[in-house]
Ligand binder design. Structure first.
Ligand code: 76R
Length: 276
């Protein structure tokens, strides 16, 4: 598809686009029943085509407030493809039916703060568990750790997102106040890593209830990260975001953009939900 363009595929990870649209019901009402049916078929076929593209995922959801009607989350390696898909999705129901209301560009990224094998060896295995370096149990524990981290890194860079019904998106930044006490970027790595550890402890309490994907957007969009939370119950979204506000790292340093709540639905149900 974008063979004739030079690809823009990151060294690692994928591009991620969150797209939000409102429906122009005035324009829509001028279409005949047949044209409406054709428009919906055209968008459904496009969604199928995008989903069958290599290493590409496309989530479709209805938005639960007048901020938007319809949302897409697109994950794909090449920015050329991402852009081409995005332009076509905008036209997917025909000209002037979908109006973009908000969008966000980011990339999947590895975390700067994941525990290294060396840290795990020193702090946990030797420090807490009293193991001897090089012993059989030590070597086995390190091997298990490396295996776990490999899976974890795979999820951060190349996530497989489940079809859980509730989806929450918001962008966020870490504060850069002139007051150094509230400037994340004036902390050294050790201080930041310590704060992030507290954050991760809170996060892990929601394991199995919340699937979080943090995507980086420094230099790509207005905030520094996109936060995508998938859940089976909106109360888990409300709870985790509330609880995290008390973590020092959020209480002191976090700044948030607008929040979007959507319901993941197959397209035929989505059309009904948004009155098309
Ligand atoms: O590497 C890891 O993922 C382990 C620890 C971890 C990091 C480094 C982690 C765990 N997060 C990390 C990074 Mn997170 N996260 C958020 C939000 O609303 C708010 O207050 C904050 C929005 C949520 C809800 C959330 C959930 N996290 C980050 C970063 C990048 C920071 C940087 O690089 O400076 C941001 C912006 C961020 C924000 N986080 C977790 C969660 C959850 C649920 C976990 C546990 C994941 C798990 O173990 O399954």
């Amino acid at each position: 598809m974008s063979e004739s363009f030079s690809s823009l595929i990151p060294l690692e990870g994928w591009h991620v686009l969150h797209l939000f649209y409102s429906v122009d019901h005035g324009q829509w009402s001028m279409l005949s029943d047949n044209e409406k049916r054709e428009a919906k078929t055209q968008l459904s076929e496009l969604v199928q085509e995008i989903r069958s593209h290599k290493d590409t995922q496309l989530l479709t959801f209805a938005i639960a407030s007048p901020k938007a009607d319809l949302g897409f989350m697109l994950l794909t390696p090449d920015l050329q493809d991402a852009t081409y898909f995005e332009k076509r999705l905008t036209l997917g129901l025909g000209v002037e039916i979908l109006t973009p209301t908000y969008s966000y560009l980011s990339q999947t990224e590895r975390s700067e703060y994941t525990t290294t094998a060396d840290q795990y060896a020193q702090e946990t295995l030797i420090g807490e568990k009293g193991m001897t370096e090089g012993s059989e149990e030590f070597n086995q524990a390190i091997e298990e750790f490396n295996d776990r981290m490999k899976h974890y890194l795979q999820h951060r860079l190349y996530p497989v997102l489940p079809d859980w019904p509730a989806i929450c998106f918001y962008p966020m930044s870490k504060r850069r106040s002139p007051h150094p006490e509230y400037n994340w970027y004036s902390l050294n790595h050790e201080e930041r890593a310590k704060l992030m550890k507290g954050h991760a402890v809170t996060g892990r309490k929601y394991s199995g209830k919340i699937l979080q994907l943090i995507t980086g957007s420094t230099g790509l969009d207005e905030y520094e990260w996109g936060v995508t939370l998938l859940a089976k119950d909106t109360i888990e979204i409300k709870n985790i975001v509330y609880e995290m506000r008390f973590d020092e790292v959020s209480a002191r340093y976090a700044e948030f953009g607008d929040f979007y709540i959507g319901m993941q639905l197959p397209l035929n149900e989505l059309f009904k939900r948004i009155c098309l």
